[in-house]
Write a protein that binds this ligand. Structure first.
Ligand code: PLP
Length: 414
């Protein structure tokens, strides 16, 4: 194969049917933004829509907007709009709170649905908040314990038994970008009589997902990465329709009550997905997400996934072509079908390399101890961006630019 060049990437852009979407986003000049897997870029319509929310709905509508502007039911109405992105239907998703809080709710429900069982399984390499929330939950009940799978063993099959209540896994691993086989894992978990909870933070908005088709019990995820909902935008929880009548979640706030405005003394869960609400939704945080859903409603997710795979495949090929001999290794699976929408590379001085890339306008991120992550959001990235990022990476190594960068900090956002 002859070497690929920038002209080749320009040709790919010229034939890309999703290319016009980039114009709907603010992408700062001189920036190649490969961190959409952490915080998505802003859609241009967001300031105007936020302005409307505050000046019309809040300033003019005042408290009446809880009804007139549909504020009270946002967790449900926005949930119904987000549902198709995970293959779900109306009444199956609620949007609100954070991913961590939603994990506590659905995992707590799962434990109640399997009262004779005492084990929750997760993966040792999970995004830490998932492990911390599960540690908190099992510590709180005092009757459960958390067991962890690990790439060095034990495996999921080693741990599955008739004492397992629930299994919590990330659909796409935040560090490696590995995509797990949702249908087959869910089936194995069900065969053991346990419930399956998927964390979709790194897949929703970038991949074709079919929760009902995979018979998933619960799922959670954030909306600030590939869904571009903005910093701290509300997360979501999916609960399979067949479980909703029996699932009771531990954070029993008034918005999940059957009659919130009856102001009774005792908690009585609402019917259906509404019982997974807790309390007053963060209304201003829904607006940017709704702008993003306006766009997603027009998209074919298989085309989005196709471009995402093409971008990440191009990145890996170009790194192999341009950066051989620089002590880089691929952390993500080489096979596109087993990757999410990110590529992770390992280098002993990964933090310094990421910092040096910033000087070239290339934004990637770092995950301790030695991983660089590059997210490929198909909605606003071009194939030439991939070329430019790899060209900058080559320069960072060729010129030894990373050597003058500082050491990582454990408290700063990296
Ligand atoms: C897999 C996964 N779960 C959860 C979270 C974060 O949860 P929260 O939105 O509650 O901070 C992240 C954040 O990057 C994540 O990658």
């Amino acid at each position: 194969m002859t070497d690929l060049d920038r002209t080749h990437c320009e040709r790919l852009d010229a034939h890309d049917e999703l290319a016009p979407l980039r114009d709907r986003f603010v992408v700062p000049d001189g920036v190649t933004y490969l961190v959409g897997n952490s915080l998505g870029a802003m859609l241009k319509d967001v300031p105007e829509r936020l302005h409307r929310t505050v000046t019309e709905e809040w300033a003019q509508g005042l408290v009446g907007s809880w009804n007139a502007a549909g504020w009270f039911d946002k967790p449900l109405t926005v949930g119904d709009r987000l549902a198709p992105l995970v293959g779900a239907g109306p009444g199956q998703l609620v949007v609100g709170d954070s991913t961590s809080v939603n994990l506590f709710k659905v995992a707590g429900s799962a434990l109640r649905l399997r009262p004779q069982r005492s084990v929750v399984i997760a993966e040792s390499g999970s995004f830490p908040t998932d492990l911390y929330m599960l540690q908190g939950l099992v510590g709180w009940t005092g009757q459960h314990r958390l067991e962890l799978t690990d790439s060095a063993g034990p495996s999921l099959d080693d741990l599955l038994s008739d004492d397992v209540a629930a299994v919590v896994l990330s659909h796409v691993d935040y560090r490696t970008g590995e995509l797990l086989d949702m249908p087959s894992i869910t089936r194995r978990v069900h065969d053991a009589g346990a419930l399956m909870i998927w964390d979709l933070c790194h897949s929703v908005g970038a991949l074709d997902i079919d929760l009902p088709g995979s018979e998933v019990d619960f799922a959670i995820g954030c909306t600030y990465k590939y869904l571009n909902g903005g910093p701290g935008s509300p997360a979501f929880a999916y609960v399979a329709p067949g479980l909703q009548d029996d699932a009771v979640q531990p954070l029993s706030g008034w918005h999940g009550h059957a009659a919130p405005f009856a102001f009774t003394t005792d908690y009585e869960p609402a019917e259906g997905i509404s019982r997974f609400r807790t309390s007053t939704p963060h209304i201003l945080s829904y607006t940017p997400l709704e702008v993003s859903l306006d766009m997603f409603e027009q998209l074919d997710m298989s085309a989005v996934r196709g471009k995402s795979q093409a971008l990440s495949e191009l990145f890996i090929t170009l790194v192999e072509q341009e950066c051989a001999g620089f002590d880089l290794s691929l952390v993500s699976p080489r096979e596109a079908a087993r990757r999410g929408s990110q590529v992770s590379l390992r280098h002993p001085r990964a933090y310094q390399v990421v910092r040096a890339l910033m000087d070239h306008g290339v934004h990637g991120d770092f995950r301790a101890p030695d991983v660089m992550r590059f997210g490929f959001t198909p909605l606003y990235l071009r194939f030439v961006d991939v070329w430019d990022a790899v060209a900058a990476l080559r320069e960072v190594f060729a010129g030894g630019e990373w050597q003058s960068q500082p050491e990582p900090s454990v408290t700063a956002v990296t």
